[in-house]
Write a protein that binds this ligand. Sequence first.
Ligand code: SAH
Ligand code: SF4
Length: 420
Amino acid sequence: MNLADSELVLTMLEENGYQRTENPDEAGIILVNTCIVREHAQERAITNISQFQKYKDANPDVRIGVIGCMASHTGDMVAERLPFLDWVLGPDTYRSMPGLLNTLSDRKGPVVLTEGPSDELYEELAPARRDGVNAWVVITRGCNNFCTYCVVPYARGRERYRKAEAILREIEDAVAQGFPQVTLLGQNVNSWHDDGQDFGWLLEQAARVDGVKRLRFITSHPKDLSSKLLDVLGSGSPVCPELHLPMQAGSDRILKRMGRGYTNAHYRCLVEAARKIPDLYLSTDIIVGFPGETDEDYQATEALVRWADYDDAFVYRYSERPGTAASKLEDDVPNQVKIERLTKLGKIVRESGRKKREAQIGRELEVLIETPSAKDPSEYMGRTPAGHVVVVPGPVSPGQIVPVRINELRGFTLRGTVRG
Ligand code: SAH
Ligand code: SF4
């Protein structure tokens, strides 16, 4: 979502005569987009932003701004800790950016705008898309779920839905700009609706847009996943058989305390139904050490992780976020225990992930080439329709879809050769 938001902000700057640079030495404006979903992310952001002060010391005309969730939820704290900043702008306030460009800060501290219009959808603003392969298309902003551990609904405000027409038009534009892949984005895509239509319908319409070669979406909340969506997910190209279905915990007691709105049994039913889709790539998010999580609760998570046989999972230690309902509960699981649970789950997921990848060896799959490999630029990184990463030797170019024979697994990365 932050990548998509950065593209919107870039559009506004480009419309005001600015050009993008990756080199801070030549930048007149430096913006840092932030995430505060966990405390670690927040502290890392503050360290990163501090490093930009030297550009302002060298040239006082340089403007530096913090945008994103840190700006909305903890804007005043940011202004206090980083007084050299010019702007601190929350996710619904970016339309103020052009107006701020010509006002020099009076150096009493940054302009802090935490809240914008609660219905802001940034319509009529075409994102300045960055890479040439994937187009992020936002379908909802904000979140109404208030999972008890989560700061997103406070930082990003209430849920709002873009109109189907605007979304489909944006997909057509992305195709016209040459993007082979579109990823639909929302904190919970399953709650999208417009005029009686639901997300399953939207995905079906998106798949019909001429020229879309690959279609993905994140994130699906298990409480709202419909069988209609699973049908469309299994309908084949261009819909990629990839489902990110955050389970968070396996214990019903903890799921209830998290306010997730589903049970272990319900989650299992969904996974069982989804696994009927051929080649499904299933991933998840898990939090270990939520307040009150006993060893028995953790065992329920571990059992569910073993059973679900994920292709990948993001496992996090619970991080107390100010203002959330869970912050009123005692963060009583010792850090050492959190680390042990995290490490153990990480190992289980690596094993299932490795097994899933090994099963791809010997197959011939269509790989969408994304970027030159970081280690060896004569090789390229791409993805199968399901989402497994494959490295192939060049020459190939980003955006191309090539048939690849998968030969081996090195670490967590498949390697293959392009077929004539
Ligand atoms: N809207 C998405 C998630 C956004 S946050 C969804 O509901 O799936 C991404 C992930 O961060 C969450 O799925 C959760 O696993 C993790 N997360 C959120 N708040 C957290 C916290 N306070 N501590 C640890 N992990 C957290
Ligand atoms: Fe946070 Fe829950 Fe909303 Fe996801 S669905 S953003 S975890 S409150």
